[in-house]
Design a protein around this ligand. Structure first.
Ligand code: ZN
Length: 320
């Protein structure tokens, strides 16, 4: 079965090298990388290669490190087994995977599946995984780091993620960073929380320890493969200490006062309240106007002739 799938995919292979004149000028010296796209029509192939070329140039520009010279992108159609393409069990909620050892990105074909995210975001996310794999010499790094790094690069943070994490922190259900290593076995909603936390954890890591911290971490992992050592190199303390630091950051960011004082939710809420008040006032004044008009109509009927008569009478003062 797997042989048949690979054979079918190979029929659709296209090979395109990074073209120096199309990438951002500052990254023109990025090493050329060939992107082999399988299982896509001509338009999706060229879109894929274009996205990958720019993403590769950006990653190289940021890090000075290049992925290996050939990357395969395999679009997996409905009739194919995703597990057999990536060579392992793949969760139902997943739409794409990166396999570092094989420089492979497998992605459910948009022709057969709703991806929920754009192709661009999905491809950038998976390429960032390959990049981090390369930086760490194919050694394992914490899963939250991988997912956080990939999401940062693909800009995958949505407003709902804030609410998701806030709810988890308020009810003390945030996931320990170590437990995120098992995210592939999580059910959908818990996996969503794990991804959102990964994003925040990596964001926190980079904002405190910077790109240099990540480089130190990856170099240490590449050389020794020990996460505690790598955290000491990057942060000055071990993994447990970083986890404590992140938990404290989460609690500080997602307490009620900070949440209401710092989030767009408050402003949206205020705008909503003002709109409701405005609509109520408009309705009340319209009702009052209608009431006055009705009353005037009644008064016209009752007193109209007297008033008209008064108006016809010039009165004594006019004669003075
Ligand atoms: Zn990922």
């Amino acid at each position: 079965m797997r042989v048949l799938i690979l054979a079918a995919c190979l029929l659709a292979v296209v090979s395109v090298e990074v073209s120096p004149q199309r990438v951002p000028s500052v990254a023109r010296d990025a090493p050329p990388v060939a992107f082999l796209v399988e299982g896509a029509d001509a338009s999706l192939q060229s879109e894929t290669v274009e996205i990958m070329r720019f993403a590769h140039a950006e990653l190289y520009l940021a890090s000075g490190f290049s992925i290996a010279d050939t990357v395969r992108v395999a679009y997996v159609r409905r009739g194919q087994s995703f597990d057999s393409v990536v060579g392992g069990r793949f969760p139902d909620w997943g739409v794409a995977a990166a396999v570092g050892e094989r420089q492979l990105i497998a992605i459910r074909s948009p022709a057969d599946y709703p991806l929920n995210r754009s192709i661009r975001e999905t491809l950038r996310h998976e390429l960032a995984h390959l990049h981090l794999d390369g930086l760490s010499g194919m050694r394992q790094v914490p899963r939250w780091m991988h997912e956080g790094y990939a999401q940062q690069f693909a800009h995958q943070w949505v407003f709902g993620d804030d609410l998701l994490i806030a709810r988890a922190v308020f009810v003390d259900k945030a996931i320990d960073l170590r437990d995120i290593d098992g995210v592939n076995s999580f059910a959908g909603p818990r996996a969503q929380l794990a991804y959102a936390q990964s994003y925040l954890a990596m964001n926190h890591f980079l904002s405190v320890y910077g790109w240099d911290g990540l480089q130190l971490f990856c170099r240490s992992v590449r050389n020794r493969g020990d996460w505690d050592d790598a955290f000491r190199q990057a942060t000055g303390a071990d993994y447990t200490a970083f986890q404590r630091e992140f938990n404290a950051f989460l609690k500080a960011r997602y307490n009620w006062v900070a949440f209401l004082g710092d989030t767009i939710l408050l402003w949206l809420g205020l705008v909503g309240v003002f709109i409701v008040i405005y609509v109520i006032k408009r309705r009340r004044s319209a009702a009052r106007r209608a009431e006055w008009e009705q009353q005037e109509a009644i008064e016209d009927i009752l007193y109209g002739p007297i008033q008209r008569r008064g108006a016809e009478d010039p009165g004594p003062s006019e004669n003075l």
